[in-house]
Design a protein around this ligand. Structure first.
Ligand code: CAA
Ligand code: NAD
Length: 284
């Protein structure tokens, strides 16, 4: 595939908005779609604020910042993706919902377009099989917040072609990211290791080992992590963490992946983390 000219991003939440921003800041025209118009307004405000931070720190000139914003279009019509040559989905972490979206995209998109999924854990092979182009489907896993985090984890499904892999790697490097490659097993590399740690932090809180503050301070100062695991869980979204633990448990089978009841209870109570104003901590 020749160099990507237009990217479509589906899902304007924390990840989709950041991914669209990264593409626009690296000279690529981007169209961002979300089913929820409020998510689009929120995405527009957060991208503008983030670009303003880069400009204020002189990491981007005023005109580069303005150009990036010019390259970014927001839409409530998925049909606008018919010309995109690379489409990245960053919608809710649900296999059924992602499959339904990919089926829809399959009908709209150019036959040569590649579909990248930003899934944190779900099988790329199964997502790809829902489309008529499984060799053009790949995992392209960004990290939160996408404008700052330097990594993209590329996940090859059973049918992902070498051409799709090469185009995705080239695009990732053009976005200024370091690439790692994972085989298609639940949670891939990073979340397979990170999420059990976060889940264990919930168990430590649940069983009264220590306060949330001491668990987080312990891991921040004791292991030099930028955030403690409970603070990081709030940052990621407790709904996202729970979905990933369920995929790890279903896919890898071991009881060590059973989601902590306290994590389940917080999600049941609508305490989804920073994006909701309350999770383990209260941000209101
Ligand atoms: N856009 C632009 N700049 C931003 C920004 C954004 N969205 N967010 C923060 N910044 C800048 C700030 O302006 C600040 O710059 P200066 O230091 O020059 O002033 C700098 O980044 C640090 O920001 P803050 O002081 O506000 O906050 P911080 O020091 O806590 O850093 C952080 C923020 C980079 C998020 C840091 O806390 C961190 O690295 N946390 C861990 C993040 C992490 O582990 N992410 C991966 C999660 S797992 C995942 O993503 C996979 C999955 O599938 C779930
Ligand atoms: P989020 O809840 O912030 O945003 C999800 C967005 O998708 C919402 O705006 C919602 O309106 C939209 N959406 C839902 N269904 C849709 C559909 N059918 N069509 C279009 N839009 C739809 O979630 P997020 O944290 O941005 O996560 C998105 C994806 O990225 C998930 O697969 C998640 O696992 C993955 N991910 C998350 C993180 C993280 O730290 N939060 C990091 C890496 C990857």
């Amino acid at each position: 595939m020749s160099s990507v000219k237009q990217i479509g991003v589906v899902g304007g939440g924390q990840m989709g908005s950041g991914i669209a921003q990264v593409a626009a800041m690296n000279g690529i025209d981007v169209c961002l779609f979300d089913v929820d118009p409020r998510a689009l307004s929120k995405a527009s405000a957060s991208v503008s604020a983030s670009i303003a931070r880069f400009v204020s720190k002189a990491q981007l000139s005023q005109s580069e910042g303005a150009d990036a914003l010019q390259r970014l279009r927001f839409t409530s019509n998925l049909e606008d993706f018919h010309q995109a040559d690379f489409i990245i989905e960053a919608i809710v972490e649900s296999e059924d919902v992602k499959k339904r979206l990919l089926l829809q995209l399959d009908k709209i998109a150019n036959s040569s377009a590649i579909f990248g999924s930003n899934t944190s854990s779900i099988s790329i092979t199964r997502l790809a099989a829902a489309t008529s182009r499984p060799h053009q489907v790949i995992g392209m896993h960004f990290f939160n917040p996408p404008p700052l985090m330097k990594l993209i984890e590329i996940v090859r499904g059973a049918q992902t072609s070498d051409e799709t892999f090469a185009a995705t790697k080239a695009l990732s490097e053009r976005l200024g990211k370091k690439v790692i490659t994972s085989q298609d097993f639940s949670g891939f590399i990073v979340n397979r290791i990170l999420m059990p740690m976060i889940n264990e932090a919930f168990y430590a809180l649940y069983t009264g080992v220590a306060t949330k503050e001491d668990i987080d301070t312990g891991m921040k100062l004791g292991t030099n992590h930028p955030m403690g695991p409970l603070q990081l869980a709030d940052f990621i979204g407790l709904d996202v963490c729970l979905s990933i633990m369920k995929v790890l448990h279903a896919g890898l089978g071991d009881n060590k992946y059973v989601p902590c009841p306290l994590l389940v209870q917080y999600v049941d109570a609508g305490r989804l983390g920073k994006k909701q104003g309350i999770g383990v901590y209260d941000y209101r």
